[in-house]
Design a protein around this ligand. Structure first.
Ligand code: C2E
Ligand code: MG
Ligand code: MG
Ligand code: MG
Length: 280
């Protein structure tokens, strides 16, 4: 009968069909615990002046090591957080931790924090940002929010409104991964971005032949035309840095100019640089 067949079908399907769902559920459960226990960490990567090498900013990048799962990459856990609503507590924690750290370092260059479009459209997000700045006495000019275009960000009235309010607070808004698959020129035109980060995929096929620089050059021209600052991400080789410089892009971020590092290492590097205010 139907009941029997149904039962059998469930037994037959579940282990196969749901292997991925099971893994996701495990990730979700463990991620939730990590957020609640505050066992996530943040690494920091410098954004540098391509001529002088001076640090012009730091990007905060979430890190998670689970006792059983080992190191889980943000490319894996951020989507899970977005699908489960955990992105709000996770995002708030990273934001507060990055602000706390910036204040503790008396950083005088901007701290860039990644935010999901889902955070941007959340009605409480602007308040969460304002509270974090307030809590750590951080100047809004020293906070940058990097948003990756997805889910038709530019079509969202809520996003436009939030971003307008964030701009009014004095926070800088940066469009992340521009030039990668899902980025829309419309977002640059319609939303309150002041900066664009060019996706590292744009450097992948760059050679010493300037003909291979054309797409990069065109996107830089677009950014300049819109009066936006530009950060080139994923600079790994001296040739890539040479190309970026030659095209007149002034800020770079990548393994060549500084890897993401834990706060203890950053603190030592900061002590030798000019990116912090001298102790008074
Ligand atoms: P993203 O914001 O574009 O950050 C840059 C990513 O490229 C980072 O990966 C960084 O470690 C890596 N990277 C830096 N320099 C180089 C390079 O020269 N070559 C290559 N191949 N990679 C480089 P990570 O830390 O694994 O983060 C991946 C993505 O996860 C980030 O991309 C960002 O979209 C997201 N993410 C990370 N932390 C957070 C967070 O706290 N909140 C949110 N919403 N997203 C986050
Ligand atoms: Mg980013
Ligand atoms: Mg990026
Ligand atoms: Mg990225």
């Amino acid at each position: 009968d139907i009941k029997k067949a149904g039962k059998h079908a469930v037994c037959f399907y579940e282990p196969i069909m749901n292997a991925e769902a099971q893994a996701r559920l495990q990730t979700e459960t463990r991620l939730r615990a990590a957020i609640m226990r505050q066992t996530l960490t943040v690494h920091y990567q410098p954004q540098v002046d391509v001529i002088s090498g001076h640090w012009l900013g730091l990007e905060a990048l979430a890190r998670w090591t689970d006792a059983d799962l080992g190191v889980v990459s943000p490319d894996e856990f951020i989507p899970v957080a977005e699908e489960t609503g955990l992105i709000m507590p996770l995002g708030a924690w990273v934001l507060n931790e990055a602000c706390r750290q910036a204040a503790a370092w008396t950083l005088r260059v901007p701290m860039a924090v990644n935010v999901s479009p889902l955070q941007i459209v959340h009605p409480e997000f602007v308040d969460i940002v304002a509270q974090a700045l307030d809590r750590y006495g951080m100047s809004p000019q020293l906070l940058k929010l990097e948003v990756t275009e997805r889910l038709g960000l530019h079509e969202s009235v809520l996003a436009a409104e939030s971003m307008g309010r964030l701009r009014s607070l004095g926070v800088t808004l940066s469009l992340d991964d521009f030039g990668a698959g899902q980025s829309a020129v419309a977002s640059l035109l319609e939303l309150a971005f002041q900066e664009v980060k060019l996706d590292r995929s744009l450097l992948a096929n760059v050679t010493d032949d300037p003909a291979s620089w054309q797409v990069l050059g065109a996107l830089l021209a677009l950014a300049r035309g819109l009066n936006l600052s530009v950060v080139m991400e994923g600079v790994e080789t001296p040739l890539q840095l040479h190309v970026v410089r030659t095209l007149g892009c002034t800020v770079a971020q990548g393994y060549l100019t500084g890897c993401p590092s834990p706060p203890t290492e950053m603190a030592q590097l900061l002590a030798f640089g000019s990116a912090t205010r001298p102790a008074n």
